[in-house]
Design a protein around this ligand. Structure first.
Ligand code: 0A1
Ligand code: ZN
Length: 849
């Protein structure tokens, strides 16, 4: 609930904790509305900190008693914790508190999901369980006893004694409180084993509600592949005798890397061919890997304070992207990662919520689990690797693990291992961590006498609170392709460390096209003037798959821009350039599916805004629809051949090869449905034996407004399956044609299955409206109003999920004055809600500044 004046926390205010925690023992008497937590904690004064009384964080706790060295004490209690005088020598702190998990709708601390007790402690949820120095630099070994009649009782670490009504757990690895976890419930396990490279035989369990045990095989397979990959690629082996994963229905985020007891949003664990799409499978694989990889990058080496969040998140995202690329396709993975970066992080960086990868201050840390910290954070790791080379990266990482195992670290520690391992000075690179905003590279190029000359001007736009920025070093990867298709300059990385930067290459011909920012070597906006015909050369011949795809994307964007701003017709040159790529059998179907996809409406709106125009959502949607129709007409025979030729025979296999074929076939179907009134899609929907093909047909039917029957049947088939029902809710809003999304959402919030306190379901309806650009931005403001109404309703129940969703309004400044006014009204209304949470208050405040 709102505090009088929420105070910002500043990076520069860091000071070590007054005490060292030697060990923690917790005992839980689990009861739904009155759980008792007894803590026994050994502490001693920290010689590196200033002396003072003992200050422990605590929120919403009823203190029953407290003792120091066995003697009762009376701490001074306040709204955020307690203070007590402690001996100037080692001592034992003990206390008992009572908490009420049954009323915990915020899903932070100990709560109940579908009858199951579970915890979420990152970032600052442990203080809702007991009094503790709830900060990541306080690391200690934990032992836990759980008293409960529930059949399965889990906590971190290795199992200890257990018996009727109790279980004990012992985690020998010192950890911060945010990695604490407890689960208790009526659960069943899908079990397996893994022998590590060090010979440790590890029991693996995925715990789910009875009935879901047949949907765990893929997550288990992904877990074992992740364990093997981390040994092979980073030399990191698992370090406990068990690794438990639990799927819970009510979860604010994707998953959580608690030591030895990962807790997952059920949607990122459970999969069967009938209920999950290929994209769901891929996401499960990457999230399982992400959480597992945190065991070393996050748990064994953690963050000194929450400003260093990117230390664990950027690196772990980078690692999971590497893993997915290795397991599937590097090209497809990179394109997907960049689409996500541009769609979420560039958008964030261009608006009022822009912040550096390492922010300098925050009010509510939960608001900083952002695309900037995660995805841009991962890009910084990729750039570092480009700058020091693969060997340098490997040496630096070995040094990082050797030097910092068991520590709580900073970005300075991270950069120091690179400097020490490779000798490279990273002073200029470090600016990437402290400056917000997406750098813009304006590239002029000339080709004369066989010499390619580039002049690169670099600048970083202003962002809130940051006007004057220095240039960080930017690795720019480039090559060149002759117009006859030969590569005349192989990939070369140059460093842009001053503006302008000039480089020349002898390429032996004047008849060539530069291919700049290959593999998206830096998270920047590139302005490179290329003729349409030159982009077509790159689309046809670039050896860099990212830039090959990018060339098509730039042509599509140019075509859409001309349609929106000049009322132009669909560009025949774009359509002609597309055809041979789609038909090229040597290209991965998954790659071709990406080439076939048009930029989203939101992407186009951002592109137009960057070019200084005011995006008109209706005009963008119309242009996209018209270009899609023209593609269908022009490419009909190619699309039909793909639809027929990409059919997958045999049992469903989620692996990349078959998934790629389904992606291309369904992409073709989406266009063909614009021509055949939905006949093919209906046939596919009727015949589908897997969710990918089912939705591959349903979505195009929704888009042409011909899905009533299919949606009704889908509901009947899946009304008892929560995760599939989420899809039913979200797709009919997100894919609704025209501007009807808000009206459909308004109808669906009345549906008896709209369980709005479940974050997945809330996102499936209210969040889905935000995914439908034309509907969310409908000129009458109905989209904004509906989202605002529901965020106001959700905020007191679940501030974290409400606050995250306010980002739907972060693009306000792009739009026309009327829409800006309506969005402002919506934000004002949220801001004026009584008892607005600190979470939502901070977000809305930043957007209204
Ligand atoms: N650390 C987890 C994600 C996570 C972050 C914050 C949470 O609550 C505020 C919960 C989970 C990860 O990166 O997977
Ligand atoms: Zn993470």
């Amino acid at each position: 609930m709102k505090e009088a004046a929420p105070r910002a926390v500043h990076l520069t205010d860091y000071a070590p904790f007054s005490h060292i925690v030697e060990h923690v023992h917790l005992s839980f008497d689990l009861r739904r509305s009155a759980t008792r937590v007894t803590a026994r904690i050994g502490m001693r004064p920290n010689p590196d900190a200033t002396r003072g009384p003992l200050r422990l964080d605590g929120e919403g706790l009823t203190l029953l008693w407290a003792r120091i060295d066995g003697a009762e004490v009376a701490p001074r209690l306040d709204a955020t914790g307690l203070t007590v005088d402690a001996p100037d020598a080692p001592f034992v702190w003990e206390c008992a508190v009572e908490i009420d998990p049954s009323s915990n709708t915020a899903l932070e601390g100990l709560y109940i999901s579908n009858g199951m007790f579970c915890t979420q402690c990152e970032a600052e949820g442990f203080r809702k369980i007991t009094y503790y120095p709830d900060r990541p630099d306080v690391m200690a070994p934990f032992t836990v006893r759980i008293n409960s009649d529930l059949p399965v009782l889990l906590s971190n670490g290795n199992p200890g004694a257990s018996g009727d009504g109790f279980a004990e757990w012992e985690d020998p690895h010192p950890k911060p409180a945010y990695l604490f976890a407890l689960v208790a419930g009526d659960l069943v396990a899908h079990s397996d084993r893994f022998t590590t490279s060090e010979g440790r035989d590890v029991a693996l369990n995925i715990w789910v509600r009875p009935g879901d045990e047949d949907k765990c095989a893929y997550a288990m397979d992904a877990l074992k592949r992740s364990m093997a990959w981390d040994e092979r690629v980073y030399g990191r082996a698992y370090d406990l005798d068990v690794f438990n994963v639990v799927a819970v229905d009510d979860f604010n985020m994707g998953a959580m890397e608690n030591k030895g007891l990962n807790i997952f949003n059920a949607r990122y664990v459970l999969a069967s061919p009938e209920t999950a799409t290929d994209d769901d499978y891929a996401r499960i694989e990457s999230i399982v890997a992400h959480e597992y990889f945190h065991n070393w990058t996050g748990n064994r080496i953690t963050c000194r304070d929450w400003f260093q969040l990117c230390l664990k998140e950027g690196l772990t995202v980078y690692r999971d992207q590497q893993f997915s690329g290795d397991e599937r396709s590097h090209a497809v993975q990179r394109i997907g990662d960049v689409q996500m970066l541009r769609g979420r992080q560039f958008r964030e960086d261009a608006g009022p919520l822009a912040h550096p990868v390492r922010p300098a201050s925050y009010i509510e840390i939960n608001n900083f689990y952002t695309a900037t910290v995660y995805e841009k954070g991962a890009e910084l790791i990729g750039m570092l690797r480009r700058l020091v080379g693969d060997d340098g990266y490997a040496k630096a990482l070995d040094l990082y693990f050797a030097r910092h195992d068991g520590q709580a670290c900073t970005i300075e520690d991270w950069l120091a291992v690179f400097q020490d391992a490779t000798g490279r000075d990273l002073t200029q690179f470090k600016l990437w961590y402290s400056q917000a905003g997406t750098p813009v590279l304006d590239v002029d190029w000339r080709l004369e006498d066989g010499t390619l000359t580039l002049k690169i001007d670099a600048a970083i736009p202003e962002t809130p609170g940051q006007t004057d920025k220095a240039l960080p070093v930017i690795p720019v990867s480039l090559g060149a392709i002759a117009r006859d298709g030969r590569e005349v300059l192989a990939t070369t990385v140059i460093e842009v460390s001053e503006t302008p930067t000039r480089v020349s290459f002898d390429i032996g011909t004047d008849d060539a096209v530069p291919s700049v920012l290959r593999n998206f070597s830096a998270p920047v906006t590139l302005n490179l003037d290329l003729a349409k015909a030159d982009r077509a050369v790159l689309l046809a011949h670039d050896t860099d798959p990212f830039n090959k795809w990018e060339a098509g994307r730039m042509l599509a964007k140019a075509a859409l821009t001309a349609m929106v701003t000049d009322g132009a017709d669909s560009d025949p040159d774009f359509l002609a350039a597309l055809q041979p790529v789609l038909a090229d059998e040597t290209l991965d179907p998954a790659f071709r599916a990406l080439v076939l996809g048009l930029p989203s409406d939101d992407d186009m709106a951002g592109t137009l805004a960057l070019a200084g125009q005011t995006p008109d959502p209706d005009a963008i949607a119309a242009a996209r629809r018209d270009l899609g129709h023209a593609m269908a007409v022009d490419l009909e025979s190619t699309l039909t051949a793909l639809y027929d030729g990409m059919q997958v025979h045999g049992p469903y296999d989620p692996a990349a090869a078959d998934a790629g074929k389904r992606a291309l076939r369904n992409a073709a179907l989406a266009y063909l449905t614009k021509l055949d009134g939905g006949d093919r899609a209906r046939r596919q929907f009727d015949a589908a034996d897997n969710m990918t093909d089912s939705l591959g047909a349903l979505v195009p039917l929704i888009r042409i407004g011909a899905a009533d029957d299919a949606l009704a049947r889908f509901y009947q088939s899946w009304k008892d399956h929560r995760l599939v029902l989420d899809k039913w809710f979200s797709l009919q809003i997100a894919a609704a044609p025209g501007t009807e999304g808000a009206a459909i959402a308004a109808r669906l919030v009345e549906h008896p299955d709209f369980d709005w306190k479940n974050p997945n379901r809330f996102r499936s309806v209210i969040g889905a409206l935000g995914m439908n650009h034309a509907s969310f931005h409908k000129a009458d403001g109905s989209g904004y109003a509906l989202v605002a109404d529901w965020l106001i309703k959700l905020d007191p129940v679940n501030p974290q999920t409400a606050a995250r969703m306010t980002t739907l309004f972060e693009t306000r400044a792009r739009y026309d004055a009327d829409r800006q006014g309506l969005m402002r009204d919506a934000l004002d209304r949220i801001s004026a809600a009584p008892d607005l949470s600190r979470d939502t208050g901070e977000m809305v405040g930043r957007m209204l500044d």
